[in-house]
Design a protein around this ligand. Sequence first.
Ligand code: GLP
Length: 243
Amino acid sequence: MTTSVAAFHDQAASFVSERVRQSPSAVLALPTGSSPVGMYRELVRRVRDGVLDLSRTVCFNLDEYLGLGPDHPQSYAQYMQHHLFGHVRVGRHHIPDGLAADPDAEARRYEERIVEAGGFDLAILGLGPNGHIGFNEPGSPPDSRTRVVELSPATRRANSRFFGSVELVPRRAITVGIGTILEAREILLLAIGQGKERVLRAALEGPVTAQVPASFLQRHPRVTVLVTPDLARRAGIGQHVSL
Ligand code: GLP
């Protein structure tokens, strides 16, 4: 890990810590993937050092693979246990049930729980190499709600690195919708990783289009984009961008 990448994780954790200090019972939308791993590590460290308290936050994960139970090593339930919930106490945490007998009903219930919690105070997002946020793949409408989605071949290929083979990557998932995300009072987008320069530029500066779901963030009044120095240079943009 280079110093600059360490600084990126630190800044992401500082951003979240600051918001939680201002609002200890904040409702947070949480991402998975490789982008936020360092941020979670840093948040755990801060809680252990006694400088951060997450025990009143309400956490909602953005997505979960369908067909994977919480004990499956690649489920996002397992990911969250491993990176955050297994180490620190949060107030409540929710994640869609990947084994729900009726996935559509599970998605509707999840959306209702978000509404009952009062919506997200802060939605923290990663950026998929194809421009997805959560598992809102290209073509997702801006007013979409939590629902069952088909994963695109590009996403299944990209995520096959965690599964060993693309065949083992589930074909469907439940994701919080773009409309639900855009209703968050604030959004933090974490941009880190190889091969994302074009999609990042398209998301921030290109036309707002369902072909690049992250471009809908341009419609939100309070978005901060945190970019690693390396990616910022390759994409020709600044490291902190406020949309
Ligand atoms: C997965 C998650 C997304 C995440 C994306 C980014 O597909 N479902 O929510 O944003 O990964 O991947 P990474 O951070 O590994 O580049």
